[in-house]
Design a binder for this molecule. Structure first.
Ligand SMILES: CC(C)(COP(=O)(O)OP(=O)(O)OC[C@H]1O[C@@H](n2cnc3c(N)ncnc32)[C@H](O)[C@@H]1OP(=O)(O)O)[C@@H](O)C(=O)NCCC(=O)NCCS
Length: 169
């Protein structure tokens, strides 16, 4: 992922108040890695309508985070001792389609491209954690073939949340 990709993400989100925090978080990842002189381990994919970019998907390679998830699942007894996450897996960090283009199959189109490209890169699985006050993302992920590893949703709190995986083999 390049600075130019980041600028494109900023443009797509625009002044959407609910998802402005995506920009701050991606910028932090960028700045952290630039200070450490490490290349940004993130891959950005875009979808266009005509000449306009209307959505993006960002995957990242974060072995330490994957190890933390694995440890938590075992410590919390959500999974047995032999539960393992392949640390060379990617994590789906962000997926976003501009509001006026939603429910037209755009995220499906974009995510299919991401899956195809990940297979070419030899990625065996993609993990994701999602937590939101509406169920759009979780419903989208379910429909796109994600296997739910643990569902954290809380109806009384109005929270839709889960940790999941797409197996690409
Ligand atoms: C989640 C999101 C990416 C879906 O994008 P989209 O282009 O509207 O998705 P698609 O049109 O490809 O939808 C495919 C399927 O997902 C499910 N889905 C998508 N949006 C949904 C919603 N709001 N409510 C329930 N199901 C939904 C449906 O099953 C849909 O199929 P259908 O339209 O035939 O019923 C989009 O709503 C978005 O950008 N949300 C804000 C950011 C976000 O939550 N990102 C994910 C976490 S990082």
């Amino acid at each position: 992922m390049t600075r130019q990709d980041f600028e494109e993400v900023v443009k797509i989100i625009g002044d959407d108040p609910k998802y402005r925090h995506f920009i701050d978080r991606i910028k932090k990842d960028f700045d952290d890695s630039e200070h450490k002189g490490i290349p940004v381990a993130m891959h950005a994919y875009f979808i266009k309508e005509g000449k306009e970019s209307i959505g993006f998907c960002i995957l990242s390679l974060s072995p330490l985070k994957m190890r933390r998830w694995e440890k938590t699942f075992i410590e919390e007894d959500w999974k047995t001792q032999n539960f393992q996450i392949d640390i060379s897996s990617f994590e789906l960090m962000y997926l976003y389609i501009k509001p006026e283009f939603r429910r037209k199959g755009k995220a499906t189109q974009l995510f299919n491209k991401v899956i195809k490209r990940s297979k070419v890169l030899g990625i065996k699985s993609i993990y994701a954690y999602v937590s939101d006050t509406d169920n759009a993302a979780l419903e989208f992920y379910r429909k796109s073939g994600a296997k739910i590893i643990h569902d954290f949703s809380d109806e009384t709190e109005g929270i839709s949340a889960a940790f999941m995986v797409w197996k690409l083999e």
